[in-house]
Design a protein around this ligand. Structure first.
Ligand code: ADP
Ligand code: MG
Length: 728
């Protein structure tokens, strides 16, 4: 084994930290670093508390004098918790989180200390954020963007900094972040779903979207990862031969978690607890060194913030444990990638989960209404759903033989399919009393039993109904949930508005009773949603053919998928729902294309370096040793030397061939990249990267991995899969 690699492994083993230990009970830890309602009740006056509460619950504006009072209380609380700085915490379009810390105190020119945090700092800030992507909305030389307090997500203390969740918008009001469109989409679904829920219970005053994400990730030793520029710079391995023992045995899945990983998880969970992230489950995933962490679900905006925060905390905590956490969707070729299931549902102000059936036929009709409108929304916008999870990283998962395919379909199980088939038979117009009784007893009435037994979970479906929620499984592990959540909530909101319009029209023009009208509209919806429902094996090649026949999209690369954003219906949809205006959409489209191009360009540069500076030189050195070996054998055996040196000669030959392939493919890579970069339009550049640059990665990898197998282990400079992937 290579000396450096050997040393790194020794270091890794010797550095396994002691147990992480805290004697505080989980219940006292939970949210102890969060300025939530409980803390506000103690720190705010009654009137201020009520105003903030109204802002949280109803989105009401906060009066400036109240903001001053809240800021003062927030600062007192933060200082009592040993915080020294504050920051507006936001999610720019890079998908990551951003913060700029300012101290609470300053010194004035006369040496006196000065307090630095009042309502104006709480409510609005102007970060010097000209380098955040804006897709042309905000020219760097003119208006800057500003961040504005989002009271619906509570402030928290991380380390010694008070973090205030904010939105990030341009002076002309356009969203420069992921949170603003999400909040608008959540507002849209609240309005639309409340209107429909009132058909069933007039006391419903609000509907919240709920989100429970499941975060998958890999842990690798930091020292070993440092030997790999590809992991350090791109978050994934660009070369590397799969180990002889991979995940074939499935012995990692739900197996016991390695003690080093457990220690990391304990500290991570402790940090999450302080910040009010209700983490609940942890377990091994399918691949070696792959794990998952999932919280209890929350209101979607808070859940999105918590996931973004978690990804940040993970990296920092991992570092303290000498790990590097890999959130990339496909860090290792030939080994399962990582996703982030987004479990989604709707919950009323009366505490009812709208995707869960109740005790009465009417509440089950309510369930069917929300269930069917969601399916119809997904059917109408299946390609938009696909585009909401498009990224260079996720392209490695979608369509690969282990993860949800690039085709969006909905799984509901055979029994619910039967319910829908029965519903499709409902007669037109007014229902007879007998038909109504039949429906109530045999169709709607049966739903609760069905759902109790809805264990038939198809793991290959990208969008599955799992008992009381939909589970969007195609989201990538590294993505900010805001975009898929914005899309899903917008399309369902739109469908609910259409549904209400259709039902009201039947009540008004055909004089139908409310439930007759609902049955009639649902019947028509069910008839048109057949093509999106699929219960079979989503990974099979026959499904690709079948999906094509059904007219479903199969957008395999990010540039293809992103094209959907610019379709007229999509622009109209977001515009008419007040979620994004056309300028904001165009900006997002361009930023995402740019990110795609940058990601692959960086990967290609790193790969080129790896090949030219590490893989080829190492291979030549080893080849030289073999050449010397053959020269020596020739001296000893003279004419007979071929009998003794054929293995060495064959290896020399193989190395030559692989090096030539590698070198030629590397030249192709540079040419393809240059050609793509010469395109002036970002769309063209992105498509060229997908079509002409990406395929060369595979060629390079095959040749490089061939060399890894031949060249003596002790000189190979990069930590190998078998070393990276099995924690000790
Ligand atoms: P799985 O088999 O996929 O692990 P679980 O039943 O453990 O399924 O739930 C997975 C996730 O679903 C959890 O994060 C949980 O919080 C979330 N979840 C459960 N109910 C809801 C809901 N009503 N809305 C949103 N997410 C939910
Ligand atoms: Mg799941």
């Amino acid at each position: 084994m290579n000396k450096l690699r050997f040393q790194a492994i020794q270091d890794a083993v010797s550095r396994i930290p002691n147990e992480f230990y805290t004697d505080q009970k989980k219940s006292t830890l939970f949210a102890s670093h969060v300025f939530n309602k409980k803390v506000m009740r103690t720190f705010l006056t009654k009137q201020a508390f009520q105003e903030v509460d109204q802002a949280i619950e109803k989105g009401k504006k906060i009066d400036r004098s109240v903001a001053d009072h809240v800021a003062a209380s927030m600062k007192d609380w933060a200082i009592s918790m040993n915080a020294t700085h504050y920051t507006h915490w936001f999610q720019p379009l890079t998908g990551a989180t951003a913060e700029k810390h300012d101290a609470f105190f300053d010194i004035d020119p006369y040496g006196e200390s000065l307090e630095h945090f009042d309502g104006s700092q709480l409510v609005q800030q102007e970060p010097d954020a000209s380098s955040f992507p804006s897709g042309g909305i905000r020219n760097t030389f003119e208006a800057r963007g500003y961040t504005a307090w989002d009271p619906s997500s509570p402030a928290f203390i991380y380390g010694t900094t008070l973090c205030i969740p904010t939105i990030f918008v341009s002076y002309t009001g356009e969203a420069l972040d992921n949170k603003t469109p999400l909040l608008r989409a959540l507002h849209a679904i609240d309005d639309a779903a409340t209107q429909v829920a009132k058909y069933f219970d007039k006391h419903v005053s609000r509907v919240q979207a709920t989100l429970g994400w499941e975060q998958e990730y890999f842990l690798v030793d930091k020292a070993l990862a440092s030997s790999r520029p590809d992991i350090m710079l791109t978050g994934r391995t660009l070369v590397g031969h799969p180990p002889p023992k991979g995940q074939q045995l499935d012995d990692h899945y739900f197996g016991s978690i390695p003690s080093r990983a457990i220690t990391f998880m304990r500290e991570l969970e402790y940090e999450c607890m302080l910040l009010g992230i209700p983490v609940k489950t942890r377990h091994n995933e399918v691949a070696p060194n792959q794990f998952e962490l999932a919280p209890i679900f929350e209101e979607a905006n808070l859940a999105v913030d918590h996931n973004a925060l978690l990804m940040d905390i993970m990296g920092k905590t991992a570092s303290r444990h000498h790990f590097k956490v890999l959130l990339h969707e496909k860090p290792f070729a030939g080994i399962n990638g990582s996703g982030k299931h987004n479990n989604w549902s709707l919950q009323t102000s009366t505490g009812v989960n709208l995707l869960s059936p109740g005790k009465t036929p009417m509440s089950n009709l309510q369930f069917l209404t929300f269930f069917i409108t969601t399916i119809k929304a997904v059917q109408n916008y299946e390609d938009l759903i696909r585009s909401s999870i498009a990224s260079a990283g996720n392209d490695h998962r979608l369509g690969a033989n282990e993860a949800p395919p690039a085709i969006i379909s909905v799984f509901i199980g055979s029994q619910l399919s039967q319910v829908l088939d029965d519903l499709a038979q409902v007669s037109k117009g007014k229902l007879s009393p007998k038909e109504k009784t039949d429906l109530k007893l045999n169709v709607v009435g049966k739903i609760p039993e069905i759902l109790l037994d809805n264990t038939d979970r198809n793991r290959t479906s990208p969008f599955a109904f799992t008992g009381n929620k939909f589970e969007f499984r195609a989201v990538g592990s590294n993505q900010n949930c805001a975009i898929p959540m914005t899309v899903l909530n917008t399309i369902v909101a739109k469908q609910l508005i259409d549904f209400k319009r259709d039902v009201d029209a039947l009540i008004k023009t055909k004089k139908l009773k409310k439930d007759d009208a609902i049955f009639n509209v649902l019947r028509e919806y069910v008839k048109t949603t057949k093509t999106i429902l699929f219960d079979g094996d989503g990974y099979s090649s026959s499904w690709e053919k079948e999906a094509k026949r059904r007219g479903l999209s199969n957008l395999k690369s990010t540039p293809e998928a992103l094209g959907v954003w610019m379709r007229d219906e999509v622009i109209d949809l977001f515009d008419s729902m007040d979620v994004m205006n056309p300028i904001e959409q165009k900006a997002r489209y361009e930023i995402q294309l740019e990110q795609y191009v940058q990601c692959i360009e960086i990967e290609s540069l790193v790969l080129e370096n790896l090949i030219n500076n590490q893989i080829l030189p190492t291979s030549f050195k080893y080849q030289q040793i073999l050449v010397q070996n053959v020269v020596g054998l020739k001296e000893i055996y003279q004419k007979d030397y071929l009998n003794h040196s054929h293995v060495a000669l064959e290896t020399i030959e193989k190395i030559s061939t692989l090096c030539s392939t590698l070198s030629a493919a590397c030249a192709d890579l540079v040419r393809a990249r240059d050609k793509a970069n010469s395109m002036s339009k970002i769309e063209d550049r992105a498509h060229m990267y997908a079509k002409n640059v990406m395929p060369i990665f595979d060629e390079l990898r095959t040749a490089a991995d061939g060399l890894e197998l031949i060249v003596e282990d002790s000189s190979w400079p990069l930590a190998k899969y078998r070393e990276l992937l099995f924690l000790r």
